[in-house]
Design a protein around this ligand. Sequence first.
Ligand SMILES: C[S@@+](CC[C@H](N)C(=O)[O-])C[C@H]1O[C@@H](n2cnc3c(N)ncnc32)[C@H](O)[C@@H]1O
Length: 334
Amino acid sequence: MNGLLRSKEEALLGMLPDFFDNYLLELPITNRDRLLQKAEASLFKKGNLSTYVTLLNELPELDGVEISENGRINLELSAKVIDDENLKKIKNSVLRLIPWRKGPFKFFGCEVDTEWNSAVKWHRLASRIEDLRERLVLDVGSGNGYFAFRMMLEGARAVLCLEPSLQSFVQFRFCKHFLLDKPVEMLPLRSEHVRFEKRMFDTVFSMGVLYHNREPKNHLEDLRRYLRLGGQLVLDTLIDSADRPSILVPSGRYASMRNVWSVPSKQMVLDWLSESGFNDPHCIDISTTTVAEQRSTEMMPYHSLTDGLDQMDTSVTIEGYERPVRGIFLANAS
Ligand SMILES: C[S@@+](CC[C@H](N)C(=O)[O-])C[C@H]1O[C@@H](n2cnc3c(N)ncnc32)[C@H](O)[C@@H]1O
C-alpha cells in the first residue's frame, strides 16, 4: 500500500500491508488496497481516536517479548527485562483501556481479570476442531484478539481478525505493540463490509456474532465465501432450547444485552448452515452461561450476566426469556 498512511493515527494500520503481503498474497492487489482503504475510512470515523493513539505511542519498547498460555487460562506476555518505570506505564495504560471483556491476560505480571473467562469457551472447542497448525484463519467478531492469539499459539500460519469495536481494536493494538513479529492482525471492519475475492481461509471462526446480525443467514453465507472449499467453520452463538427449528425474536433487550436480534434454536442453526452451503453441520457443545464464565470484575466494573438475570429465579432473564445458553457448531464449506 498505498501512499495513504500519513500520520501517527494512520500508523495504527501500518502493519497490515506487510501482513497482506506475507499471508494473503493470493488476494488481487486491488482487493487488498480496497480493504486497507475501507479500514482506514472506518477507523477515522470513530471518536476518541487521538486519545488512544497517544496511549499507544507512550507504550515502552521492550525487547524479546513472548506470549504464552499460562495454566490453560491466562495469556501471558513476558519480557526478559522490564524496569519499574516501564511496568508502571504499562499498568497505567491497562487501566485506561478498561473495560476489558475478553481474556484473561497477564501483561508483564499485571493481571487483567476480564469479564469473560474466555478460556472456558476455548477449551470447549479446541480439541474438537481441525488442527490449526499451518492454517490460515479468519476470526470474525474477534473482540480484542484473545482467541486469535490462542489460535496462533496452536500453530496457525496466520490469523486475521475482523472487529468493528474501537475499544477492542485498541486493546488488540496494545497487545500487538509488544508482539510485532507475530502473525496476527486485525481489520477494524464489520464482516458485511468485507469482500475477499479469493476463497482462501482454512478455518473461519464466528463466535458471539450471529445473533448481533439482523440478517443471520447472510452472515453465514458470507462466512462460507471466506472459506476455501472444504474449510472449517467454527460457529458459537446464543441458542434457544426449543427442539424444533424456531427463532426467538426478543422484543427489546435480551438479558440486558442490546442488539440481540434473534436467538435461533439448535435445529434452526443446523438448517441455516445446510441452506447456506455447508456440509456436515453438527453441534459439539451446548452450555448454559454461568458466573464462572461471565461476571463483573475490577477490569470490567459494569453490568454483566447476573444483572441480566431475574434475581428471584435465575433460570430466566429480567425480560422473562430463558437465561443465555450457547451452542458451538462445526461445518465444512462446499
Ligand atoms: C459477543 S462479542 C464476541 C467476541 C468473541 N468472538 C467471543 O466469542 O468472545 C461479539 C463481537 O463481535 C463484534 N461484531 C458484531 N457484529 C459484527 C459484524 N457484523 N462483523 C464483525 N464483528 C462484529 C462486536 O463488536 C463484538 O466485539
